[in-house]
Design a protein around this ligand. Structure first.
Ligand code: UD1
Ligand code: CA
Length: 458
């Protein structure tokens, strides 16, 4: 079975960032994670990631997402302590692949838009033709920065020359190397020690290996956008646009309405359902799921949250939370830090909920903050009700039973339990637990002084 190597040791100087280039996020997934996703059709036996610059950070990041990756065999990390070029990176595999008798697929860690099918086709061509090496190429309108591929006849590769090493005449060649190769390992391992750093960058180039191998075949991709490499922030932005177009096209084909799609962004980790409507200026991120018939936006951000069926979210921010069927969120609500909203609830008009649970048919409709609170069913939280959940040192919980109603401008000082069917009088500051079926009034009584005047002479 094929093994895979991913080159991810470089810093990515042109990104001008402390973060290793391959960890920069593109629509919710790092570049290297995306490369791993492009392996979903080939089922490799081993996957060796070559790390160097901030290698531990790259390892930790991939360990964190391993459950979301397609099957890639065993994930192994190989150190390249000094980054002396792509050929030098692959040389680091020699002790790890001793005796390996099959093909090695090599991918640059900064080529994030490859389709799984494209990689499968590359492998197929490689095997069918029994090539020593097969590589992906494309004809780019603007090939600047890429290695140029020179062929004998149609598709047999003679050499690859880096952009900076090209003569003006060679620069006219628009056929570029995508940085995706399949090698017969038994041949590559003999060639690797022969590489020399005889070029403008004084680096060991993997691309030089093809000069010593035969036959080496070039396979054109149909859609050159797939093989765009990311070297700087501008290319990152272009790749993001391509990705967004793919994601949006596929959701529209699956029955989702996107109103003014150019103003919407959707991570490809998001799951939508038929008859979802996404309104303008709405952003759906991370592990978000949205159920049938829900309408999100305008002007909303949903991140790592699960939204049920027939929910509306209007001008609101929902992160790390869950909203059940038929509830209405917003305008201007903020749900964060593990909020669970039951069925047919209403939350909105300047309401912030944090780490709180609402039962079914519960309303928090105006100007409230509830933190660390657990509410039953059919609770009505009056306008301006606040849980005072933080004493300056610790956070404390509030529990509110079924059908309880708080009056406007109540302050619930936690820790606090209000039983079922409790009524809190408007303007109360409640500091002690209230049993079921009670009215609590916790404010000073109103005083009326008849005939009183500020200035009795007037
Ligand atoms: C490389 C190719 C070029 C091709 C282009 C496609 C070479 C010499 N050139 O150029 O022909 O058109 O990709 O995008 O291979 N890396 C290491 N260790 C190193 C150096 C690089 O792991 O010592 C990794 C980087 O992290 C990166 C990948 O290899 O993920 C490619 O390196 P980069 O410097 O971006 O190569 P390019 O100049 O883009
Ligand atoms: Ca590159």
């Amino acid at each position: 079975m094929v093994a895979v190597a991913i080159l991810a040791a470089g810093r990515g100087t042109r990104m001008k960032s402390d973060l290793p280039k391959v960890l920069h996020s593109l629509g919710g997934r790092s570049l290297v994670e995306r490369v791993l996703h492009s392996l979903s059709e080939i089922n490799p036996s081993r996957c060796l990631v070559i790390v160097g610059y901030q290698g531990d950070r790259v390892k930790d990041s991939l360990a964190g997402v391993i459950d979301h990756l397609p099957p890639i065999g065993s994930l192994e990390f190989v150190e390249q302590t000094e980054q002396l070029g792509t050929g030098h990176a692959v040389q680091q595999l020699l002790p790890h692949l001793e005796g390996f008798a099959d093909d090695l697929l090599v991918l640059n860690g900064d080529v994030p838009l490859l389709r799984p099918q494209t990689i499968q086709n590359l492998l197929q061509t490689h095997k069918t033709n029994q090539n020593a090496a097969t590589l992906l190429t494309a004809h780019l309108p603007n090939p600047k920065g890429y290695g140029r591929v020179f062929c004998n006849g149609q598709n047999l590769v003679k050499e690859i020359v880096e952009d900076r090493d090209c003569t003006p005449a060679q620069k006219q060649n628009r056929r570029i190397n995508a940085g995706v190769y399949c090698f017969k390992w038994s041949q590559l391992e003999k060639v690797l020690p022969q590489l020399v750093a005889n070029n403008d960058q004084q680096e060991y180039y993997l691309t030089d290996a093809v000069k010593f191998m035969a036959p080496v075949m070039a396979v054109d991709v149909e859609d050159y956008q797939e093989i765009l490499g990311i070297n700087d922030r501008k290319q990152m932005a272009s790749a993001y646009e391509i990705l967004q177009e793919r994601v949006k096209d596929s959701w529209m084909a699956a029955g989702v309405t996107l109103i003014h799609p150019d103003t919407i962004t959707i991570d490809d980790t998001v799951q939508l359902s038929p008859d979802v409507v996404v309104e303008p200026q709405t952003h759906l991120r991370g592990q978000t799921v949205i159920g049938v018939g829900s309408r999100i936006g305008p002007g909303s951000l949903i991140e790592n949250s699960s939204i049920g069926e027939n929910v509306t979210v209007l001008y609101s921010v929902v992160t790390d939370s869950a909203v059940k069927n038929g509830s209405r969120i917003g305008p201007y609500a903020h749900l964060r830090g593990h909020v669970e909203v039951g069925e047919s609830c209403r939350v909105g008009n300047f309401v912030e909920l944090k780490n709180s649970t609402l039962g079914d048919r519960t309303n928090v409709a105006h100007l409230s903050y509830l933190g660390d609170a657990t509410l039953g069913n059919k609770v009505n939280i009056g306008a301006g009700t606040i849980t005072a959940n933080y004493d300056g040192v610790k956070k404390h919980p509030t529990t509110i039973g079924d059908r309880t109603k708080t009056g406007s401008n109540s302050v619930l000082v936690a820790p606090l339990t209000l039983g079922e069917d409790v009524t809190v009088a408007a303007g109360s500051v409640v500091t002690e637990d209230v049993p079921d079926d009670s009215l609590v009034i916790a404010r000073s009584r109103q005083v009326i002084k008849p005939g009183w005047r500020l200035n009795p002479e007037e």
